[in-house]
Design a protein around this ligand. Structure first.
Ligand code: ADP
Ligand code: MG
Length: 746
């Protein structure tokens, strides 16, 4: 709290503070009527379908009184609107993070240092500055002692009016003791005893931005609150009562006029109510989109059970319980007339490929085609090599389609997909961007979804408007985040690992012991082991990243000889594949690399994973990297090298890695330690964020809202009931206009 106060003050120059304080009282009276008048006149931003009741929420902030063009720019920055004009709702959803408590009423002698105090004092002598830049002091007393009230660059006449000698005043602000004397610099409030009711006892503290002071913000928020009407209730009333939640309008009022610090805490009823509103709007929108996609298309498929069983028994292992269960869920989707939209979540090495193989087998033996999309050409090739021969044995034609292939091969594959003689295609997203047509694309499998953006997801569904979609991800996204990111999908999880994997021995080692590490590595290579050596990721600088990895390669090569290979993201794909191939099957024993090996690469006899500057990686990423080893019978080691002077959180994260091999546990911890955005790499994938809900604090609400949204869509699919109408308003309020449009088109 103290820090926030400090922040608010620091950003307010002493001189301008006084001027603002001076005009404050008169301002307040002047602004109210004109502010309201401005609201009535103002035209809300256009939106033909949005219910008129919502217009006040979408009015430009500058339509409120007292918000000039300069201030609007500050608000745009504060409210994350970029160049767009911030609107009333944006401001109303800017919630306080704490409160400033003025209820402490100590006497001068007993007032604690550094705390906010409200004191009733008798004003004594004024002491004008003796030199330039010296402060102006006003001395004030009570029974117990004397207080210096200090001003910088103040107008003496104004101070004489504000603090008239021999009168009593109530002053409130931060009190500090210096060499045994109490002083208060620029009190926040000064009122006459008869006006004491004007003195706020609890003030909300908001995040601020340069150029905006707490006072200005508070004033605008008050105007904004006064300008919006109550809305019909969209939540279930019984549920609200049960939870003790206020109405939407009450919740806003309560949060912006807190009575206590608990009123603004993440677990406060008003906060939960608004978070739930936001989350429900998202879940409802996703439920509507899913229903739309399902109804619009989809096909019931009947596959050749015997052939599928034969393919299954051709696998060199029996399926795990988790794989069988996932396949049962998938089979139900494929057989049903709706379109499958399923996320298959499985930790690295959990055996997603086998599930993909059988899903493809179902689709192909039902007479349709299947596509498997991998994030890189290397991975596409790896899948192709693993899957192609197996399918060939059963007369299923499987082709690879990646960039850089000879034109003849590509054209043959394209022709085969077009006329239906090719059953399965494995490739990168390039196959969906290029001019590829399918005779009957029945299934799209996307491996390692988190690498793909939303656009690719859309592009692929255009190639097969009725095709089933199975997204496989190794990112162990916690359930709460699955719902926010993939809320439109059903989820199957591979929670059990195939038998025969040996646990990886993970150790954290300071970088200062690099020499020891290289010695041990050398010994291991002599025993015939293979190692990955991953170099730090340097954001926003390919050059630095490259120099780190090439330098490490040079040093290791000098120590260990020609068995050290190098791959990085700036190499040509073909060169990279060649080096990877030599590491998998040939002369290379150590592979120095940036994170290009992160996803899916399979070199079963690699047993050592060294990660330099492990503290710079996300936990999910470290977990993926570590998953590259421990694939065979031999004991594997993962060494997390960290910078010697890392902080507590960073150390804690590495400890989590050391102590757990469970991707889901790691992901939950990562979420707890770092929050949502970084875990998912929000920047690339464009996951829509929340304004009101904080996944860490409101995660449980996401699951509840998910179920709630499903129930709503089941009982009132077109949102026509009274609650349904109110829910439409909720969707508009949180700008889910797209979803409402689906209803109309319905
Ligand atoms: P991922 O989920 O990371 O894609 P893979 O499908 O590549 O995992 O499988 C990892 C390894 O486990 C492969 O070598 C695969 O052959 C093996 N595997 C998969 N399923 C089983 C199983 N049921 N029993 C034994 N080994 C399996
Ligand atoms: Mg895989």
């Amino acid at each position: 709290m103290a820090a926030m106060v400090g922040l608010a003050r620091d950003r307010c120059l002493p001189g301008s503070y006084v001027v603002r304080a001076l005009s404050d009282a008169s301002d307040r009276d002047r602004m109210r009527p004109s502010g309201a008048g401005a609201c009535r006149r103002a035209k809300p931003r256009e939106c033909p379908m949005r219910p008129a009741e919502l217009n006040p929420f979408f009015r430009d902030l500058s339509d409120l009184g007292g918000v000039g063009p300069k201030t609007v720019k500050h608000y745009a920055r504060l409210l994350g609107r970029g160049t767009g004009e911030p609107r009333v709702a944006d401001l109303l959803f800017h919630l306080p993070v704490d409160v400033l408590d003025r209820r402490a009423r100590p006497e001068i002698a007993t007032a604690p240092h550094g705390a906010i105090a409200t004191l009733t004092v008798r004003i004594g002598r004024h002491e004008a500055p003796k030199r330039r830049n010296a402060p102006y002091r006003v001395f004030a007393t009570d029974e117990t002692g004397e207080l210096a009230i200090v001003f910088f660059r103040a107008q003496p006449e104004w101070l004489q009016r504000l603090l008239p000698e021999s009168e009593t005043r109530v002053v409130s602000g931060k009190l500090e003791w210096y060499s045994g004397r109490p002083q208060m610099v620029h009190p926040d409030h000064i009122v006459a005893p008869e006006d004491e009711d004007d003195l706020p006892t609890i003030e909300p503290i908001y995040p601020l931005t340069e150029g905006l002071t707490a006072r200005v913000l508070a004033k605008t928020i008050a105007g904004a609150l006064a300008s919006v009407p109550e809305l019909p209730e969209w939540q279930d009333r019984g549920w609200l009562t049960k939870n003790g939640f206020p109405t939407f309008h009450e919740a806003l009022q309560c949060l912006h006029h807190p009575k206590d610090e608990t009123d603004v805490a993440p677990a406060a009823p008003a906060r939960l109510r608004l978070a739930y509103d936001e989350i429900l709007s998202g879940q409802l929108a996703l439920a509507l989109i899913r229903r739309r996609i399902r109804r619009q298309s989809g096909q019931a498929r009947a596959w050749d059970k015997d052939r599928v069983a034969a393919i299954r028994s051709a696998l060199p292992f029996a399926l795990t319980g988790a794989q069988s269960l996932a396949l049962k869920e998938i089979a139900e989707d494929v057989a049903a007339p709706h379109r499958m939209l399923r996320l298959l979540q499985g930790d690295v090495g959990s055996g997603k490929t086998a599930v993909a193989i059988e899903t493809i087998a179902m689709t192909v033996t039902s007479g349709a085609q299947a596509a498997l999309m991998a994030p890189t050409a290397l991975l596409a090739r790896q899948h192709f090599e693993a899957i192609g021969p197996l399918f060939a044995r059963f007369g299923i034609s499987c082709r690879l389609l990646v960039g850089g292939m000879p034109a003849g091969d590509r054209n043959r594959t394209r022709a085969g997909l077009d006329d239906g003689s090719v059953d399965v295609v494995i490739g990168t997203h390039a196959m969906f961007q290029e001019d590829v047509t399918f005779r009957d694309l029945g299934l799209v499998i996307v491996d390692e979804q988190h690498r793909f953006g939303v656009h690719q997801r859309l592009a692929l569904s255009e190639k097969g408007p009725s095709s089933d979609v199975l997204v496989m991800t190794a990112t162990p996204i916690p359930r709460t985040l699955v719902l926010t990111t993939f809320g439109d999908m059903d989820v199957s999880r591979l929670t059990e690992k195939p038998p025969g994997r040996t646990p990886v021995d993970t150790r954290t080692v300071p970088l200062s012991r690099l020499d020891d590490v290289v010695d041990r590595l050398q010994a291991a290579l002599e025993r015939g082991e293979k190692a990955y050596w991953i170099c730090p990721l340097v954001e926003d600088s390919d050059v630095v990243e490259l120099s780190a990895v090439t330098e490490r390669h040079r040093v290791l090569q000098a120590r260990l000889g020609d068995t050290v290979g190098l791959v990085h993201g700036k190499m040509k794909a073909a060169d990279r594949d060649e080096v990877m191939g030599r590491f998998r099957d040939g002369d290379l024993k150590v592979l120095v690399s940036t994170t290009v090996v992160e996803v899916g690469v399979d070199v079963p006899d690699a047993t050592i994973m060294v990660i330099e500057h492990a503290e710079r990686f996300g936990l999910a990423q470290l977990h993926q990297l570590r998953g590259r080893v421990g694939r065979g019978q031999r004991r594997s080691v993962c060494l997390l090298l960290y910078k010697d002077s890392i902080g507590e959180t960073a150390k804690g994260r590495l400890t989590v890695m050391r102590d757990s091999e469970d991707g889901f546990v790691i992901a939950e911890e990562d979420l707890r330690l770092r929050g949502e955005g970084e875990l998912l790499g929000t920047r690339q994938s464009g996951v829509p964020g929340f304004r009101l809900a904080v996944p860490e604090a409101h995660g449980d609400l996401i699951a509840a809202a998910h179920d709630d949204a499903r129930l709503i869509i089941e009982t009132d699919p077109e949102l026509t009931s009274e609650r349904g109408q109110a829910l439409r308003m909720l969707l508009y309020l949180f700008e889910r206009d797209e979803a409402v449009r689906l209803l109309r088109a319905g």
